[in-house]
Design a protein around this ligand. Structure first.
Ligand code: KIV
Length: 255
């Protein structure tokens, strides 16, 4: 998949985007109909165990992008620019180039930074926007755009990203009507997370979809598996079999 193919999907079929941070999950997604693999800075919470994404570094993102890129043949790889990696256009350009060298095909930037977006696009670096709830800078996880002036600002940010040439934009945690309006008003595809079915595609953190963290249950996440339970049961069986000397048995032993 390239960015033109992603753009061309708008109005034709839904775009599927999921996160991966490591080789094995990326390999599974690579074999499925996933259009975009996002190496998200959600790695800070999901893999590193921090309360938010604010401590993720460009080195972290390069490391995980390399791991994902080793497994990926078909989907577009988009890597998040972490907080403080795009404070100036020059810094943003240098760091975006590092992510491309690590294997990303494009980068995602949170919020409204027209100068950064323009600089990256001038250097042929595909940019995806991210509007609505912005985990890098928001104090609290909450639905954005309930107040008319806030909704208007999010809509303006979407229009600006579209005009600048972003190849897509994530819309996070906004009311249905706003996601629907933005999706109708922009040419580039919108990818929703907690932003209703009226986006051009959907993204979830793969670990959330798989139910890996028993305690994480926000309204917008649907669990398609309960891997927390599956893993716990498997490990409990392993413990029992080791303690009762039933594993390893002769099928798992060399003579
Ligand atoms: O970092 C991430 O995983 C994201 C998604 C939630 C869109 O930005």
């Amino acid at each position: 998949m390239n960015v033109d193919e992603i753009r061309a999907l708008k109005g034709k079929r839904k775009i599927i985007m999921l996160t991966a941070y490591d080789y094995q999950i990326a390999k599974i997604l690579d074999n499925l109909e996933v259009d975009i693999i996002l190496v998200g800075d959600s790695v800070g919470m999901v893999v590193q165990g921090h309360p938010d994404t604010k401590s993720v570094t460009i080195e972290d993102m390069m490391y995980h992008t390399r791991n994902v890129s080793r497994a990926t043949t078909r989907p577009l790889i988009v890597s998040d620019m972490p907080i403080n990696s795009y404070n100036t256009p020059q810094q943003g350009l240098k760091n975006a180039q590092k992510l491309l060298e690590a294997g990303a095909h494009g980068v995602k930037i949170e919020g409204s930074y027209p100068k950064i977006v323009t600089t990256l696009l001038e250097h042929d670096i595909p940019v995806m926007g991210h509007i609505g709830h912005l985990p890098q800078t928001s104090e609290k996880v909450r639905v954005q755009g309930k107040r008319p002036e806030q909704a208007d600002q999010i809509w303006r940010d979407a229009l600006q990203l579209d005009k600048l040439g972003a190849f897509g934009m994530v819309i996070e945690l906004v009311p249905l009507w706003l996601a629907r309006k933005i999706t109708a008003d922009v040419k580039s595809p919108t990818i929703g997370i907690g932003a209703s079915k009226y986006c051009d595609g959907q993204v979830l953190v793969t670990n959330d979809l798989l139910g890996l963290d028993a305690d994480f249950k926000p309204k917008f996440v649907k669990r398609y598996a309960n891997l927390h339970e599956t893993i716990s049961e498997a490990v409990q069986r392993f413990i029992k079999e080791v303690k009762t000397c039933t594993y390893p048995d002769k099928r798992h032993t060399y003579h």
